[in-house]
Design a protein around this ligand. Sequence first.
Ligand code: DX5
Ligand code: ZN
Length: 212
Amino acid sequence: MPETIISASILNSDLSNLRGAVKRANDSGAGWLHFDVMDGEFVQQITFGSSVLEAVKPHTSAFLDVHLMVTHPQRQVKLFADAGADMITFHAESYCDPAKVIDEIHALGKKAGIAIKPGTHVVTARPYIAAADMVLIMTVEPGYGGQGFIESTLGKIREVRALAPDKDIEVDGGINPETAERVREAGANVLVAGTYLFRSADMSEAVRSLKG
Ligand code: DX5
Ligand code: ZN
């Protein structure tokens, strides 16, 4: 199984001091920075677009992990690729041809991830797993940070790990030391965490506690 990676989600950081949040993440040992992009349609909230990623890019050497929660991902991939994203993940439930979006992300020289919501069966993403670099299994409903982990997602993590022994499997939502241990045991290796990391007094220690 690939090594465990922690991706710090800035969604629930102090957004009035984004540079400070990015510095905390940089200093914490979390190798990835997770950007939750919401369009007010795929989910109710609107968060940030590629211009924010572009502004952050010079202030970090972290791997930039973009999670598109948008209805039309094909409208965003070039913008985020040009802004400096390293991985662009979009939802299988969005309005697109996932095979084409994966190809487009690869043609832009970036890694591609495919995401499924807690209620979506693995079979929906299955045809695209081989072409994708990562599968994101949402462990909360997309839309907000700070929600409770949904237990029924553990079986889907096991299912994807059995299908793809060497691929990155990301989980997102409700990750703390207790749920981290369970998702790692099920086969996830990229753990997104927002609330738990940014509310910790010692973020480096918090990152270590998620790696186990
Ligand atoms: C939810 C987002 C998550 C969220 C995770 O739609 O995709 O990335 O920030 O936050 P926590 O760790 O607070 O559950
Ligand atoms: Zn996310």
